[in-house]
Design a protein around this ligand. Structure first.
Ligand SMILES: [Zn+2]
Length: 430
């Protein structure tokens, strides 16, 4: 199993499944066929679904012993984000192994996870294992463009497949981070911020750039963007964030002040930029456009804001943005998706904790909130509670957060092998 996981991860990286966005041809089909083949070889009965032949997701049920038990979704995505190969040490599709580290696009996001699921399942099935709870495997296309042609399409069009499911286990959680004193903290994702990508449009009166103009669309949009980006949303510590910070302070024997949590977040080194982003709602301007000539005032100008709100804050967030933007700005939502929050105190989370602790007895396992989003948002439409758990024991000096969509994305082989052993223990307990 520990050799298999490396082989599968490398083979998946070598399949070009870059997601080029809506309306573009993307390469998930080959990755879907690969996964389909692997599941078939295990004696399972996978099937392929999707809105078009090149945007394929794979679904497959592993029937449990107890038909009345809640079903559990295990999901991963098949696509990866594009890259600029000139920035990389090794070609991102070569899956080069250097010093026991696999380099390649998808090494952490998330062909590693697909490989762990497949390798652990194959090993268990080979040994005649059958889970108590039925497992619903879902390998989605299109996660990297918001899942419209992947998880959202599948959830909307294959509803029956998910009947009876209560929990989902997917990406961005279960990885370790080392604190001072060598204590390893493992973070299980129990919450996600919501997404609001907003296009702000300003209309004004066009005219000559040399003359007086009090109705300038460029001025209007620039002021709105400035008001929004300089606004500091109120500090609100969700229970998952609070638990993470309290535990961090306890382990490091430092004081934690809930009114000034930045200091404690800094102790989480590479993860601090994610953790700090979960202290409050955020709104970052990401695009700006307007005008076509130096001496012409245009009648329109626009900006895009990447807004992220905490669980429970969606309405307040949107009304704050509207009032900051002002009456003259029209707001169009390009992507509006829910925030998530699932309890840490659940049997399925205990199974994750036990699996991690069996492989790393000194581990401390805590909840955390992801500042971004995953396919768990689509599954939440069916009232399925999502958790992020694709375990990895990471070296102290690896800046893990920066590897997602980053250059030289890579995963140490020992991390991946720790992950597959832990994931197998987790599956065996279901
Ligand atoms: Zn991902």
């Amino acid at each position: 199993m520990e050799e298999k996981v490396v082989e599968i991860c490398r083979e998946l990286i070598q399949i070009d499944s870059r997601n080029w966005g809506l309306g573009e041809s993307s390469g998930e089909r080959a990755a879907a066929d690969y996964v389909f083949e692997k599941l078939t070889q295990m004696g399972l009965s996978p099937f392929r679904v999707g809105p078009s032949p090149d945007r394929t997701s794979v679904l497959c049920e592993v029937v449990g012993k107890n038909p009345d038990a809640e079903k559990i979704v295990l999901h991963a995505h098949l696509d990866v984000v594009p890259f600029d190969e000139s920035e990389w040490l090794y070609h991102p599709l070569s899956a080069e192994v250097v010093d026991d580290v696999i380099y390649g696009r998808g090494a952490v996001d998330m062909k590693n996870g697909v490989a762990m699921i497949l390798a652990a399942l194959a090993e268990l099935i080979k040994n005649n294992w059958q889970p108590n709870n039925s497992l619903l495997l879902a390998f989605f296309a299109d996660e990297e463009a918001g899942g419209i042609l992947g998880s959202h399409w599948v959830v909307d069009n294959q509803r029956d497949f998910f009947e009876g499911a209560k929990f989902a286990v997917g990406e961005v959680g279960g990885f370790s981070t080392s604190l001072a004193g060598g204590v390893r903290l493992y973070l299980i994702e129990t919450a996600q911020k919501g997404i609001a990508w907003m296009k702000l449009n300003a209309k004004g009166t066009a005219g000559h750039g040399s003359m007086i103009n009090n109705d300038n669309a460029v001025t209007e949009i620039a002021s709105a963007v400035s008001r929004i980006s300089s606004h500091k949303f109120p500090l609100t510590l969700h229970e998952s964030v609070l638990t993470l910070l309290e535990e961090t302070a306890l382990i490091t024997k430092t004081d934690f002040d809930p009114k000034d949590p930045e200091k404690t977040a800094d102790l989480l080194i590479g993860l601090s930029k994610i953790v700090k982003a979960t202290f409050r709602d955020t709104a970052n301007p990401t695009m700006l456009s307007g005008g076509y000539k130096a001496n012409v005032i245009p009648s329109e100008a626009s900006a895009v804001i990447d807004g992220r709100f905490l669980p429970g804050n969606q309405n307040d967030f949107i009304s704050t943005i509207k009032s900051l933007a002002g009456e003259k700005i029209d707001i169009e939502f390009q992507n509006l998706d829910v925030a998530l929050s699932a309890p840490f105190d659940e049997v399925i989370v205990n199974s994750m904790i036990e699996a991690i602790s069996a492989e790393d007895p000194a581990a401390r396992v805590v909840p955390y909130m992801l500042s971004g989003g995953t396919d768990a948002k689509a599954l939440s439409k069916l009232n399925i509670a999502g958790y992020g758990f694709m375990p990895l024991q990471l070296p102290n000096d690896l800046d893990f957060a920066s590897l997602f969509h980053g250059k030289n994305e890579r995963v140490p082989i020992s991390s991946l092998q720790f992950g597959v052993r832990t994931f197998k223990r987790f599956l065996a307990s279901l």
